[in-house]
Design a protein around this ligand. Structure first.
Ligand SMILES: [Zn+2]
Ligand SMILES: [Zn+2]
Length: 238
């Protein structure tokens, strides 16, 4: 019944507020199939921390970086330099666009899995959390929406209350230096219920990966709480 009501609501919304492709203006969705297919999706994995980026065949954080980093490796679909990806991620912060865009953005990551010909070997999917004050202001956590679609595709449980954000932070994009970014997120996350993740492999999901400070801080927190391995998945690298 709920599903039928939801379908009727969406049908009416589509009639009242038709959606147009953000690139070519074709009616139907925020990105038409042709424009979606025009986005270049990566068929390789890079060490998340090496700069300039270094290709890693096994998808893992390179040996040198893994001495100081906890994130096991990263699945990254595209580049934030792609104007279409940038526009989609910009719109994604606003509520009216969230449902349709989360599907489109998740589909970019799923295409990346398909091009790599592999899926992350994990037990759970966990979104990078928003602070409650941010959640109240925006009404949703963008990372959770993408994580929800990925969990559905991977047929793995989504745990959205295992990792929580206890300290509000500034948007990482507003901070220029990597040292500032590290300091901004240090100690910002915690795991109130550790039992569920003991010895588990986790896929941590976010929209953008810039210096990796946020994702690395989450990975450190999850591992310190008992997780065995923490992988990352993002739409784009900044
Ligand atoms: Zn189009
Ligand atoms: Zn590296």
């Amino acid at each position: 019944m709920r599903k039928i009501l939801e379908d009727i609501k969406n049908f009416l919304l589509d009639i009242l507020f038709p959606k147009f492709c953000i690139r070519c203006n074709k009616e139907g969705n925020y990105l038409c199939p042709d424009c979606l297919a025009s986005i270049k999706i990566s068929n390789e994995q890079f060490c998340p921390f090496c700069s300039p980026p270094v290709i890693v065949l096994d998808g893992k954080t390179c040996r040198a970086c893994s001495r100081s980093k906890k994130l096991a490796g990263l699945f990254c679909a595209g580049s934030y330099k792609n104007p279409l990806v940038k526009k989609m991620l910009g719109l994604f912060k606003y509520e009216p666009f969230v449902k349709d865009l989360s599907l489109l953005l998740a589909s970019l990551i799923i295409t990346h899995f398909k091009l790599l010909n592999k899926e992350p070997n994990i037990d759970f999917v966990i979104p990078v959390p928003s602070h409650p004050s941010k959640l109240k202001e925006r009404g949703f956590n963008p990372a959770r929406e993408i994580a929800f679609e990925l969990a559905k595709f991977l047929k793995k449980p989504l745990l959205s209350d295992v990792l929580v954000k206890t300290k509000p932070t500034l948007a990482q994009v507003e901070l220029k230096y990597s040292q500032e970014r590290l300091k901004n997120v240090r100690g910002a996350f915690s795991v109130p219920n550790r039992a569920e993740i003991q010895r588990k492999k986790i896929l941590l999901v976010d929209d953008i990966f810039t210096t990796g400070a946020t994702m690395e801080e989450c990975a450190q927190t999850l591992k310190a709480a008992g997780a065995r391995e923490v992988w990352g998945a993002v739409v784009a690298r900044g």
